[in-house]
Design a protein around this ligand. Structure first.
Ligand SMILES: NC(=O)c1ccc[n+]([C@@H]2O[C@H](COP(=O)([O-])OP(=O)(O)OC[C@H]3O[C@@H](n4cnc5c(N)ncnc54)[C@H](O)[C@@H]3O)[C@@H](O)[C@H]2O)c1
Length: 331
């Protein structure tokens, strides 16, 4: 829990990608904490932007439908903001195999535009960036700590690593405070559920709710850590207000891994519908599969004091409950 709940009262916040999965949860929480919240989202088709995501706070946030690559818009939007949570991005690693340009354009150039806007118009802002555990590529040692080598296996992951390095340069050279987070697989309510190209947990949840068959690729023994979105949001907020976190990279994950087959079994059990079976990897998935991964979170625990609280079972129960109730807005 954020200890100092007053820190965000009256603060001006910008969330890029604010109508997406994680961004909308963050917006809802920040409104609850008394912040003035502005969202930027281009509602890119197939990504997670969904107006229904902010239904509980729709009259309490400002929404700007614009692209982070629009430098004029960003120059204006960063002004007067205390915190900028930069979450907008191309988020599909499978897509990055066939078309690398959205990653390069949105994640790399778009990030440079956001940071340049900060440099020119609001160098006092603090920027919190959400990169991915995919930046590490295949694990050399488990759990994976922040000083592990970064050998990304796709353009999506390369673009996230590059964005992280761009932000770090603006921090080191231009004095713009930042916190650089590397998120593991995050799941929960408000994620896009229309296709299977990202978010394995959410896709399995959809299949179970629809009483369909979940395909577990290979032998299902691959290890992953799955983070519930409320815990993720807490990590974002706690890192944002933690002064010793400035300029640092932190893993945001769970150090208790789950096999993919256990994930499928748990979803089917908690949902009380659907089933699972083994299936061969598709060639694209095989090419990008980095093998076992789970996060070493000792650094964020030590410096920020954050740790995840939600068990997989509890997170899945809340996720399934949400989508059963609001299915029409996501399917
Ligand atoms: N969800 C995860 O498991 C996970 C894991 C690691 C990292 N991340 C990172 O966290 C961030 C948020 O992810 P998410 O799961 O909420 O994704 P999401 O797709 O739900 O949200 C991203 C939002 O960004 C918007 N967007 C994309 N390009 C834009 C642009 N050029 N201008 C303005 N808006 C744009 C989309 O419309 C979407 O609403 C992303 O940067 C993602 O790479 C997510």
């Amino acid at each position: 829990m954020i200890d100092d709940r007053t820190e965000f009262v009256g603060r001006n916040i910008l969330i890029t990608g604010g109508l997406g999965f994680i961004g909308s949860h963050l917006a809802i929480k920040l409104v609850e904490l008394g912040a003035h919240v502005t969202l930027v989202d281009a509602m890119v088709p197939d990504y997670g932007g969904n107006l229904f995501n902010i239904e509980p706070v729709k009259d309490k946030v400002i929404v700007n439908f614009c692209d982070i690559r629009d430098a004029n818009a960003m120059n204006y939007l960063v002004k007067g903001k205390d915190y900028i949570f930069h979450l907008a991005g191309q988020v599909c690693h499978v897509m990055s195999l066939t078309n690398p340009f959205p990653d390069i354009d949105i994640n790399i150039k778009g990030t440079a535009i956001v940071m340049e806007a900060c440099k020119r118009h609001n160098p006092e802002a603090k920027v919190i960036y959400t990169g991915t555990r995919g930046q590490y590529g295949s694990s050399v040692k488990l759990p994976v700590s922040e000083d592990a080598p970064t050998n990304p296996k796709g353009i999506y992951e390369i673009s996230n690593l590059t964005a992280e390095k761009i932000i770090k340069v603006y921090c080191d050279v231009h004095g713009i405070d930042c916190v650089l987070l590397r998120l593991t697989n995050t799941y929960g309510p408000r994620a896009q559920m229309k296709h299977s190209r990202y978010g394995v947990v959410n896709w399995f949840v959809r299949l179970a709710i629809d009483d369909e068959t979940i395909k577990v690729f290979g032998d299902g023994q691959i290890l992953r850590d799955f983070l519930f979105v409320d815990d993720c949001v807490e990590a974002l907020l706690m890192s944002a207000v933690c002064q010793p976190a400035v300029g640092k990279i932190f893993n945001v994950g769970i150090d208790k891994p789950t096999k993919i087959v256990e994930l499928a079994e748990t979803i089917v059990r908690v949902a009380g519908s659907g089933r699972w079976e083994f299936a061969p990897f598709t060639p694209e998935r095989k090419a990008q599969e980095p093998g076992d991964f789970y996060s070493d979170i000792s650094k964020i625990r030590r410096v920020v004091g954050w740790q995840p609280k939600t068990s997989l079972e509890e997170g899945l129960r809340r996720t399934i409950e949400y989508y059963r109730r609001y299915k029409d807005n996501y399917w």
